[in-house]
Design a protein around this ligand. Structure first.
Ligand code: DOR
Length: 429
């Protein structure tokens, strides 16, 4: 079965990303640059006219929640990976706050079996850092899970003592795997649920301080320097965190980080009294958002990840104070960033692809192409329509989650097709 993708602008990476007009041929599980000879011979079974469209190495999201095993009513591997394909992702990496926690091979296997059976796109999970994934219990059997995971995380909880984090970093280093940290010092929490800023004060809510994030980042970059561990910070949200990571990179620490679309687009003044505006870390001030954008532009922030965190409608319908933390993101990320960063001239489309596809693959040594160039194994690719206009309607999502602060937003840009190992996993022509 041969398919010709004709006329698109195709992403090449020769030190710097660029788009070049050329045709791609999918033959079985192989994707290659198509020569005019091949086309003359008409030896293909289907043809897609992708003039004015963009073909890129598929997006990779290193931070999602797929909720299986344990919480299938929120999301399943099937619905989460369908949502990923719909969003242009060819690989996603689920965090380990599931039940049983993947803290040894046996528990991880429960999740690997479901992935094997149900995943629409590539899925590479995390193992926990601690036994209970709570940032406090003894270390997990990291050696047992290491061969099957992207790295170790207790996402949802910070690792609460420097000693425990140092121990974890030493083990991770010996296993040649990264520590991927949700940074949150629980001794600095006072029952808050939105950013401790203006909106919080004016509306009489309880706040989450910026310090609760950056204090742990500051501790961990020191520990990463000391142990030599590869260290990645999840969903950074504060201006202080950007500065700490910028300085740590300058002094040679092996550190990287991600932020999410919502932190780059919204501020606490956009919050409404609804659970769909609640996530952890929270949307922060305009100053924080501007510092994150600066961090994206100067390379301090390496990648954009969604922290796709679905919950049931009931769990998200209890207002700001009582709803669960977390919003969905896989099906809106590209359109949001295309509309609000690229089309506003803040970054280029090449830079966006680098942040969503290339840098995560490079940093975490993930499979898939870094450049759609002759001779590369192209396999996982996504076709983007940068012009299509649509309105965010959660009822049209493939994820089970419905909570997004972007409900009703008019956006420009949509993935049209997602191919994994040459096979179409989503196609909307
Ligand atoms: O908002 C969040 N939701 N932040 C987290 O750290 C965890 C996540 C979840 O698991 O729902």
């Amino acid at each position: 079965m041969k398919t010709l993708l004709k006329g698109a602008k195709v992403f090449e990476n020769k030190g710097k990303g660029q788009f070049v007009k050329k045709d791609l041929l999918i033959d079985g599980d192989k994707v290659s640059v198509s020569s005019p000879d091949e086309q003359n011979s008409c030896l293909y079974d289907s043809l897609f006219d992708f003039r004015d469209k963009f073909i890129i190495p598929g997006f990779v999201d290193v931070h999602v929640h797929l909720r299986e095993p344990g919480f299938f009513y929120k999301e399943t591997i099937r619905t989460g990976t369908m949502a990923g394909a719909h969003g242009g992702y060819t690989m996603i990496c689920p965090m380990p706050n599931v039940k049983p926690a993947p803290n040894d091979f046996e528990n991880l296997k429960a999740q690997l079996d479901i992935i094997e059976k149900d995943a629409w796109i590539k899925v590479l999970p995390y193992g926990t850092i601690t036994r209970d994934g709570d940032g406090r219990s003894e270390l997990a059997d990291m050696e047992g899970t290491a061969p099957y995971v992207i790295g170790f995380s207790d996402d949802g909880r910070g690792v609460q003592t420097g000693d425990l984090m140092e121990e974890a970093m030493k083990v991770a280093k010996s296993l040649d795997k990264p520590i991927v940290a949700h940074c949150e010092d629980e001794s600095l929490l006072t029952g808050g649920y939105i950013h401790q800023g203006e909106y919080c004060r004016v509306h009489g809510h309880k706040g989450i301080s910026s310090e609760s994030e950056w204090v742990q980042v500051a501790r961990d970059v020191e520990l990463a320097a000391k142990t030599g561990c590869k260290y990645h910070v999840c969903h950074i949200s504060t201006k202080e965190t950007v500065d700490i990571i910028r300085q740590a990179k300058k002094s040679g620490v092996d550190v990287s980080c991600e932020t999410g679309p919502h932190y780059l687009i919204l501020t606490d003044m956009d919050i409404k009294e609804e659970g769909r505006f609640k996530m952890n870390p929270p949307i922060r001030s305009a100053e924080d958002r501007d510092a994150l954008i600066q961090g994206i532009k100067d390379g301090t922030i390496d990648m954009i990840a969604t922290d796709h965190a679905p919950h049931s409608v009931e769990e998200k319908s209890k207002g700001l104070e009582k709803s669960a933390f977390g919003i969905v993101g896989l099906e809106t990320a590209f359109a949001l960033l295309n509309t609000h960063l690229v089309n506003k001239g803040i970054i280029t489309i090449e830079e966006l692809v680098t942040l969503m596809s290339i840098n995560p693959r490079k940093r975490f040594r993930l499979p898939g192409p870094l450049s759609l160039t002759e001779g590369e194994k192209l396999c996982d690719i996504t076709v983007l329509d940068r012009e299509r206009e649509w309105t965010v309607d959660p009822e049209n999502f493939l994820t089970k989650g419905r909570a997004t602060p972007f409900e009703g937003w008019k956006l420009r840009g949509k993935p049209l097709a997602t191919f994994v190992d040459g096979r179409a996993k989503f196609l909307e022509i």
